[in-house]
Design a protein around this ligand. Structure first.
Ligand code: FES
Length: 231
């Protein structure tokens, strides 16, 4: 792998060929917010929270490889406001009741809401009607909280490669679905993995709700992104 020189917000950085902008930025102690991205999974580029500007063009930093001499804008007021707007859209597009959600304190969307100091979204709430499915043995699917990141779809497969989760419908009617037969055979480990992969509280492992007390949850002590910025 050859070494690449580039800049982010004027800071000289080095990366390796084949790295995405998000990965290379992280290695240089620069946080680019992400939501659909998950280390180890093929990038989907679906949420656009990682949008940066390269040569004046908007690019998804999780799918764009870093190249020699790239001049990347990341923390400009324009980009930060776009990201905040996406976060606000995600909040109004679903039904996110953080105080009663089991994932509160461990939720990436909530943590991003705090990072971007979201108070009142600039968009009207849509209050969609979505179903909660608690009929499976190991997991609860709470569609009101799904942000369509596709992490579960991309990662949760059976040993013979069948997808356990999928998306159905389009546009405003799109929602997460599950192969009920495959989901019935999920192990405890698979259920835990699905819950941990979900950035919000849309997939929950049954019988472990609220096990981590307030104060000990992931984002109680360390706001999202700070572990990269302080490294
Ligand atoms: Fe890059 Fe979602 S994190 S598009």
């Amino acid at each position: 792998m050859s070494t690449i020189q580039f800049t982010i917000d004027g800071k000289p950085c080095t990366g390796k060929s084949g790295q995405t902008i998000v990965e290379a930025a992280k290695d240089n102690g620069i946080y680019i917010p992400t939501l659909c991205h998950f280390e180890g999974l093929k990038p989907a580029g679906s949420c656009r929270i990682c949008t940066v500007k390269v040569g004046g063009r908007f690019m998804a930093a999780c799918t764009t490889p870093v190249t020699e001499g790239m001049v990347i804008e990341n923390k400009t007021s324009e980009l930060e406001d776009y990201r905040k707007a996406i976060i606000e859209m995600l909040f109004v597009e679903g039904n996110h009741m953080c105080p009663t959600c089991e994932k509160s304190g461990n939720c990436e969307l909530q943590a991003l809401g705090y990072r971007y100091m979201m108070f009142v979204p600039r968009f009207p709430y849509l209050f969609p009607k979505r179903e909660l499915d608690a009929s499976l043995p190991k997991i609860i699917i709470e569609r009101n909280r799904c942000v369509q990141c596709l992490r579960c779809v991309r990662s949760m497969t059976t040993s013979d490669g069948k997808k356990i989760f999928g998306m159905v419908n389009r546009g405003g009617h799109i929602h997460i679905n599950v192969d009920r037969e495959l989901a019935k055979n999920m192990s405890d480990e698979q259920a835990q993995k699905a819950m941990d992969l979900c950035p919000v509280g849309s997939i929950l492992k049954k019988e472990v709700g609220f096990v981590v007390p307030i104060g000990k949850r992931k984002y109680d002590a360390m706001p999202i992104g700070s572990e990269i910025e302080k490294a």
